[in-house]
Design a protein around this ligand. Structure first.
Ligand code: PBG
Length: 348
C-alpha cells in the first residue's frame, strides 16, 4: 500500500507497560487510518532516569510525563500516551487530552506469595512495599499492624521483590499493591488473584485509564484521535482529576477518587439520561487513621457542581491540613515512636 502522508509519531516511556500501552493506541490508530504509518519515539522520563532514593527531591509533579510532554510541545512527536494516573491533574499549557479510551479494571490488587487471603489474610506485622501514600494509608487503615516499606522499580521488578524466594536473603517484602489494569495489560493475569474492593482501597484518580495527549492546536491529531475517545470515561476521569486539582494534590498525595457511570437515579419518566455518575473521594492521613470521605451521585448535568461540592466538603473537613501534614509514606515502625519523617513520596 502506498503511504502518502507523514507518519503519526507516538511518544512513550520505555518501560514494558508504557510500550504496551503506546502500541495499543498505535494499533487502534492504524486501524482507523490504514494509510498512515505509525512511528514510536521511546523516551526516558525523569522518573525512570532517577535512581536515588527519593523521587520527591527531583520535583514531584509529572515526573513520568514531563519529558513526553516536552517532545510533543517541541513537535518531535504528534502525541504522547500516558497512564492517566501519572498525569498532573491540571493540563500543561499548550497540550490537550485528545482522547481517553475505554478504561480497564480500576482496582488495586494485592500481591503476596500465598496469592490469597486479601489484606485481612496477611500475617501480623507483614512488610508491605509501596511508594504510594494513598495505598499506604488505606492498607494501614485496614491493617494498622503491618509495616510499610518503600519499594521502587517497575511492575516486573516489584513483583519479583515480593515473589522471588530464590535470592540470597529471600524476598524483600511480604506484599505489594499493583493496579489490576497494568497487570492485565502486561499479560500477568495469573497474579491478579486478590483484587481489592474499591471500598477497601479506593483507586487513584485516572487509574486504569490511558491519556492520549497532543498539542491543543493540532487539529489534525485531535480529529484523528477522536474516535478513540470514550466520552463517558473521559467525563468521569475529568471529574476525578478536577477533585485532585481542587485539593492542590498530585499523584503523591494520599487522595483517592473514583467516578463511575451508574444507572440513572431519577425515577422521573422525563429523565432521558442514559446514566448518572457516582463520585467517591477520600483524603487520608499518612497512617490511615483519619479518613475524610465523600460519596455522591450526579446526573451528567450536575456532575460539575458535585465535583465542586466534593472539593468544598473535603476542604471543610480540613483536607488541606491533612495534605499539608503528609510527608510521604510512614516508613517502618512509625507507630512505635520512630518519626515517620523519611519524606519519601514516590510515584506509584
Ligand atoms: N506509575 C506507575 C503506574 N502508572 C500506571 C500504572 C498501572 C496502570 C494504571 O493504573 O492505569 C502503574 C503501576 C501500578 O500502579 O501498578
Amino acid at each position: 500500500m502506498r503511504r502518502s502522508r507523514k507518519p503519526i509519531v507516538i511518544a512513550s516511556r520505555r518501560s514494558r507497560l508504557a510500550r504496551i500501552q503506546a502500541e495499543l493506541v498505535g494499533k487502534a490508530l492504524s486501524k482507523l487510518h490504514p494509510r498512515l504509518e505509525i512511528e514510536y519515539r521511546w523516551i526516558d522520563s525523569e522518573g525512570d532516569l532517577h535512581t536515588g532514593p527519593s523521587l520527591a527531591e527531583v520535583g514531584g509533579k509529572g515526573l513520568f510525563t514531563r519529558s513526553l510532554e516536552k517532545a510533543v510541545l517541541a513537535g518531535e512527536a504528534d502525541l504522547a500516551v500516558h497512564s492517566l494516573k501519572d498525569m498532573p491533574a491540571v493540563d500543561t499549557p499548550g497540550l490537550a487530552l485528545a482522547a481517553v479510551p475505554p478504561r480497564a479494571d480500576v482496582r488495586d490488587c494485592l500481591i503476596t506469595r500465598e496469592g490469597a487471603g486479601g489484606l485481612a489474610g496477611m500475617p501480623a506485622g507483614a512488610v508491605v512495599g509501596t511508594s504510594s501514600p494513598r495505598r499506604a494509608a488505606q492498607v494501614l487503615r485496614a491493617r494498622p499492624d503491618v509495616r510499610i516499606q518503600l519499594i521502587r522499580g517497575n511492575v516486573d521488578t516489584r513483583l519479583r521483590k515480593v515473589l522471588d524466594v530464590s535470592g540470597e536473603h529471600g524476598p524483600s517484602y511480604d506484599a505489594t499493591l499493583l493496579a489490576v489494569a497494568g497487570l492485565l495489560r502486561m499479560g500477568l493475569r495469573e497474579h491478579v488473584t486478590q483484587p481489592i474492593d474499591v471500598d477497601e482501597v479506593l483507586p487513584a484518580a485516572g487509574q486504569g485509564a490511558l491519556g492520549i495527549q497532543c498539542r491543543s492546536d493540532d487539529h489534525v491529531t485531535l480529529t484523528r484521535c477522536l474516535p478513540l475517545n470514550d466520552s463517558t470515561i473521559a467525563t468521569a476521569v475529568h471529574a476525578e482529576r478536577q477533585v485532585v486539582a481542587g485539593l492542590n494534590g498530585n499523584c503523591h498525595s494520599p487522595i483517592s477518587v473514583l467516578c463511575q457511570a451508574v444507572p440513572p437515579q431519577s425515577k422521573s419518566k422525563r429523565n432521558t439520561d442514559s446514566h448518572w455518575y457516582r463520585l467517591r473521594a477520600r483524603v487520608m492521613s499518612s497512617d490511615g487513621q483519619t479518613v475524610l470521605a465523600t460519596d455522591e451521585t450526579a446526573s451528567p448535568k450536575e456532575l460539575r457542581r458535585v465535583v465542586a461540592q466534593t472539593v468544598d466538603a473535603l476542604i471543610a473537613q480540613n483536607a488541606r491540613r491533612l495534605l499539608a501534614a503528609c510527608r510521604g509514606i510512614p516508613v517502618g515502625e512509625s507507630a512505635a515512636g520512630r518519626p515517620a519523617a523519611a519524606a519519601e513520596a514516590v510515584a506509584e
